[in-house]
Design a protein around this ligand. Structure first.
Ligand code: UGA
Length: 439
């Protein structure tokens, strides 16, 4: 079994590390953040991710998962080192590669001959070349190789996605590197797509850009449905029956958020511009996405009138359901838009309230119970697809609100249920038209 080092204990790094340990590899996770290292060593996951704690604990128990804040310890007798650090958005939309550069240099300074350095961070095409150059400059030995292995994990189902991926993409320069990476994932039942380094890097961006395009497309269609009195549910049913279209990843809402899609589309547009290609599609995808918060605000204001002094309850503050992550959260953008119009905002979320506090501070009120969140509200806005909201007892909640306006900005509530509970219900693109009848 090869010994593996993972550089970066963020969401990708930690999920990859404990999952590889579960596949019986010896894994050590390096991070310079001592608080993270101590928490992980104590068996406390640093992010909310279903299944992560159990894998972390069993990895620690078996000794196959270890942590360190010393790069020299991480790379001692190491065969494969993954770079899994953050690549935030830079000032002009480009991916900021500061942490990738740092990791590459650190690895180079401590690497042994024959080490395979694998980039897992989402990075622009040609970053593998950059990593190779940094390694060549700082390494003590010449036998270090570079590969790419982009990840397709979704927050909230990352562990499940790791063990049951649709594909494993590896970008390699030699049959030997390919064999090493194939062996690493040998016990996972998924097609392995082995390509060159640039193609592997491009696959990752193209995948996220396409997903983002689907969301912006359906949001634009849903907005139009709202205006012309058609039903987006009916439209989705109608177009989704065509297998060339389908229904996956076409749920309208507040736009795509998170730490990946917005950043990666912007970075891809930046790469295109660097190569003198006008990223017309990517720009449009981002523009539609930015506009989605004003679409929601217009709908809310049309029904509530002047928001000054009104009490609005926001159900869901994470960037999507099932996570505690607020990065790029459309719900946070909506909260800020509501506050800027003078509304007082109460926030509820099944997992994200502690993080919400560090982002929104005292600007909003926090409610740990749904009933408490809805108490006296002039309007309720559902901002994530959390099952807690879709399946809430709206009849019971109706008794707690001051006014009966319900804005379902993720189209997760059955309009009929809301109406029967006594709410005036507004979804995205659900203003008119008949709901589709399931056959
Ligand atoms: C995304 C990709 O789905 C993963 O394949 C990829 O590995 C990951 O980025 C990454 O690059 O690391 P993630 O950011 O966890 O995963 O979230 P998604 O489930 O893709 O959702 C992104 C955003 O789009 C969320 O705000 C979500 O609410 C929104 N969304 C998603 C919609 O508005 N409609 C949909 O139909 C689907």
């Amino acid at each position: 079994m090869p010994s593996i080092a993972i550089f970066g204990a963020g969401y990708v790094g930690i999920v990859t590390a404990v999952s590889l340990a579960h596949l019986r590899h010896n894994v050590i996770c390096y991070d310079s953040d001592l608080a993270k290292i101590h928490a992980l060593r104590a068996g406390a996951p640093t992010i909310h991710e279903p299944g992560l704690e159990a894998l972390l604990l069993s990895g620690l128990r078996s000794g196959r998962f270890r942590t360190t804040s010393l790069a020299s310890e991480a790379l001692e007798r190491c065969d494969i080192a993954f770079i899994a650090v953050g690549t935030p958005t830079g000032p002009t939309g480009e991916a900021d590669l500061t942490y990738v550069r740092q990791a590459a240099k650190t690895i180079a300074l401590h690497a042994n001959d024959g080490l395979l350095v694998v980039n897992k961070s989402t990075v622009p095409v040609e970053t593998a070349d950059l990593v190779a150059r940094i390694i060549a400059t700082h390494a003590r030995t010449e036998g270090i190789r570079v590969a790419s292995n982009p990840e397709f994990l979704r927050e909230g189902s990352a562990v499940q996605d790791f063990f049951h991926p649709e594909r494993i993409v590896i970008g390699v320069e030699s049959p030997g590197d390919e064999r090493k990476l194939r062996d690493l994932y040998a016990s996972i039942d998924a097609p392995v797509i082995a390509v060159d380094l640039h193609t592997a890097e491009m696959i990752k961006y193209a995948a996220n850009a396409f997903l983002a395009t689907k969301i912006s497309f359906i949001n634009e269609i849903a907005n139009l449905c709202g205006e012309v009195g058609a039903s987006i549910d009916g439209v989705l049913h109608g177009i989704g029956c065509d297998p060339r279209i389908g229904t996956a990843y076409l749920r309208p809402g507040l736009g795509f958020g998170g730490s990946c899609l917005p950043k990666d589309v912007a970075a891809l547009a930046h790469v295109a511009r660097m190569h003198a290609i006008e990223p017309t599609m990517m720009d449009a995808v981002l523009n539609v996405n930015r506009r989605q918060i004003s679409v929601a605000m217009r709908l809310i204001q049309e029904q509530c009138g002047d928001l000054d002094g009104q009490s609005i309850t926001l159900l869901g503050i994470a960037f999507k359901a099932g996570t505690d992550d607020l990065r790029g959260s459309p719900a946070v953008a909506l909260a800020r838009a509501l506050l800027s119009h003078g509304a007082s905002v109460t926030v509820h979320d099944p997992y994200a309230l502690p993080h919400a506090r560090s982002v929104l501070g005292d600007e909003v009120r926090y409610a740990f119970e749904l009933t408490q969140a809805c108490d006296g509200a002039d309007a309720i806005v559902v901002a994530t697809e959390a099952p807690e909201y879709a399946g809430a007892c709206w009849e019971q909640l109706r008794a707690h609100v001051g006014s009966a306006l319900l804005f379902d900005m993720r189209n997760v509530i059955d309009p009929q249920v809301a109406l029967e509970a006594g709410f005036s219900y507004y979804g995205i693109g659900r203003r008119g038209g008949r709901q589709p009848v399931a056959s």
